[in-house]
Design a protein around this ligand. Sequence first.
Ligand SMILES: [Zn+2]
Length: 235
Amino acid sequence: MLSDACGSAEHVPALLDRFGDDPSGVWSELMDHLCPQLDQAFSASYAALPRLAELASGCAPDDRVWVLQAAGAIMACAHTGDDVFKVYADSIADLHRLTDQCLGEIRDRYVYLLQSLLSFEGVEVWDRCLEGLLTGEYEVACPSCGVNVFIVIGEGGCFSASDDYASRQVERVALLPVGTGELDGLGERLQERTRADGQMALAGGLPYLFGRAVCPDCRTHFSVADQLARNWMPM
Ligand SMILES: [Zn+2]
């Protein structure tokens, strides 16, 4: 018996039909059932992937973003090596292909869709926390002294601060970005992808996200990405 956040999942097929008719309108209701707070998935959530793949292939790009994002949020709850990657491999491959296409066609919600692409590949951490580049702020713990450090990557500057920098005068320590051409692995791939899709603001933030920060309290240098990964470990 499949279950969702509310218990029995009997009503999910009808809910998916309504979602297919009006993805942006029914998005919240669907997520309440299949992926509440975007951080918990249920048997009915994964079982919905084939239907979501079908809906995504049949709708216009503006609607498709919502469908792909719903599937991406569900897959972001799975961990590398989970059975769902095997059981739903065909649907996940379809969702990945559609997301890959859709990324070049949309402006809005781009970063969420990029996270979905990563979630279909089983990439952890970054399938949830790239979107911090939109708000321009991350919060991590200093690996040495443990103090909370705000990492700000935005138009107003790229710096770390240990206290509420927005409402108070506190020290801002410049972030140390990765040098031009020195990004590698996932960082390099994300930079190539965002540039190719014309997402220059996101592309410009990546050297800072994959660069280093200095703790304003104890002056320890640390990797921003490593600290984010530590904070975002699956519970
Ligand atoms: Zn520190």
